[in-house]
Design a protein around this ligand. Structure first.
Ligand SMILES: C[S@@+](CC[C@H](N)C(=O)[O-])C[C@H]1O[C@@H](n2cnc3c(N)ncnc32)[C@H](O)[C@@H]1O
Length: 264
């Protein structure tokens, strides 16, 4: 059982770290996700929440809770129209244009960043581009760096990409695949909180900011998009999730195709 008071305390804590406000409808979900952590500590959920919010709270434990409460669902080549559009952008690039840099700004366990890398490797080869993935969750960043995935996450991945750039798991990795070393080396992951000052990761030709804005209210969304837009090169493109229209927000963007925007 998670008392009303503990629910308020833990969702306030989560909001202060992530910027995401979980409402009453998420109470069962929050209780379910905290249950295991409390069990590991051998205490009730309420006692666990109390230890998290006390003056002597262990910061590592707070990180574990934030990791548990974020929603990390993702898969390779999600929202395929975006990858078709990215392929067109690459085809239209003038010869001799500089390094093509892409940021997956809520990269979860890395499937989006590696999907981009697979497409870039196919179109440009192994040089002249870079992909950076960032996420709030340290557990997700670790998992992205490991680059080992269950086969079912690759349902929408072209078979030739899997054959050329990925390794099939054997023995205890049966049913999984690993992104090959050449691609892993070109994709960097680090933690970053989109609601705070961003790390120094440079400017980008394309930014994927997908399926994360849904967790924020309109002022929160606007704040994040403005911070992210500051990292877009003048002729760059911002990709938002298809359920996350930016047109109703007060933002200096123009839509060029479904869920793709340029800075104006
Ligand atoms: C549903 S996943 C989206 C993954 C991928 N972009 C996609 O579209 O498939 C949402 C991700 O946003 C991350 N996230 C939530 N709040 C965040 C914040 N304030 N800063 C950075 N990442 C955040 C979560 O940890 C989670 O991995």
């Amino acid at each position: 059982m998670l008392s009303h008071q503990s629910f308020e305390a833990v969702t306030d804590l989560f909001h202060s770290v992530s910027g995401i406000r979980l409402n009453e409808t998420k109470r069962a979900l929050v209780a379910g996700r905290l249950q295991k952590l409390a069990q590991e500590k051998g205490c009730s959920i309420d006692a666990y929440v109390q230890s998290l919010t006390s003056a002597h709270a262990d910061p590592q434990e707070v990180v574990r809770v934030v990791d548990k409460l974020t929603t990390n669902e993702t898969y390779f080549f999600r929202e395929p129209q975006h990858f078709e559009f990215l392929a067109k952008l690459l085809d239209q690039r003038p010869a001799g244009a500089g390094e093509f840099r892409v940021w997956s700004a809520a990269s979860s366990s890395g499937e989006e960043a590696y999907s981009i890398a697979l497409l870039l490797a196919d179109k440009l080869g192994l040089t002249g581009w870079q992909v950076i993935g960032t996420d709030l969750s340290t557990a997700m960043v670790d998992s992205a760096r490991a680059a080992l995935y269950p086969m079912e996450r690759a349902r929408k991945t072209p078979t030739e990409y899997l054959k050329r750039w990925c390794l099939k798991g054997h023995a205890d990795q049966e049913g999984h695949f690993l992104i090959g070393r050449e691609l892993r080396e070109r994709v960097r992951f680090q933690t970053a909180n989109l609601t705070q000052a961003l790390p120094e990761i440079g400017q980008f030709d394309v930014i994927f900011l997908r399926n994360v804005l849904i967790y924020f209210d309109p002022p929160g969304k606007t704040d994040i998009v403005r911070r992210v837009l500051a990292r877009l090169k003048p002729d760059g493109h911002l990709f938002a999730g298809h359920a996350e229209s930016l047109t109703n927000l007060d933002l200096p963007v123009r839509s060029v195709t479904s869920a793709v925007y340029v800075h104006v």
